[in-house]
Design a protein around this ligand. Sequence first.
Ligand code: MN
Length: 254
Amino acid sequence: MPDTTPEAVPALFISDLHLAEDRPLATAAFLGFLGGPAREARSLFILGDLFEYWAGDDDTDAPFNLQICNALRALSATGTTIWFMTGNRDLLAGEGFAQAAGLNLLPDPSLIQLGEHRIVLSHGDALCTDDLAYQAYRNQVRDPAWQAAFLAQALPSRKAFIESLRKQSEAAKREKAMTIMDVNHTAVEALLRETAYPTLIHGHTHRPAIHQHRIDGRNCERRVLADWHDQATWLAFDGQAFTDHGPSRARSSL
Ligand code: MN
């Protein structure tokens, strides 16, 4: 359970960076963020899909992955505590990655308390229950037996499999209705009801927004994090209020 003391704020929340060697602008934005705004924070919460893909912790030594891990560890060494929840893309990032990057793993969903404020954190893909084919796939790849069998394969075979999966997924996404790939409201409300926490923060859908929900007479809020392109984008919480930072906010205020 993350730090529940006020010393955990300012806290920053990011997700869906999809870092990869062939996305140098996102990588540069992330390295700038880790060396800049993140140093002013006491906590950094990464809510999944930090990487475009993660083939297994035995790939931590690949130069690109090592560069990201070293930058995270450098931030951690300055006193910012880093929390990481896997997304669907980096589902296989585990203890080996956590050690290399100097961060702490969080389960999905996680309940945190920052000062007086209670927050539910999730990557968000578990809430997309209208996409039955995706949920069947999700159940399969989250099965420990499936993961053990997959990780027993040689690293190049795993990378080839992931590459073929990414192509299939891109093709499938083009054919699916946009509404099917968004969160299901009943699933969101069930999570907010079950936890009785007033705020849910998630990513995955790449549809940054603030949604209001009324659950059992309580006002709840769902904050959807933005995905990254060529600039950093993050949500900040100072113990009292949330503030969005990033290019999409700047545009919407014009
Ligand atoms: Mn995702």
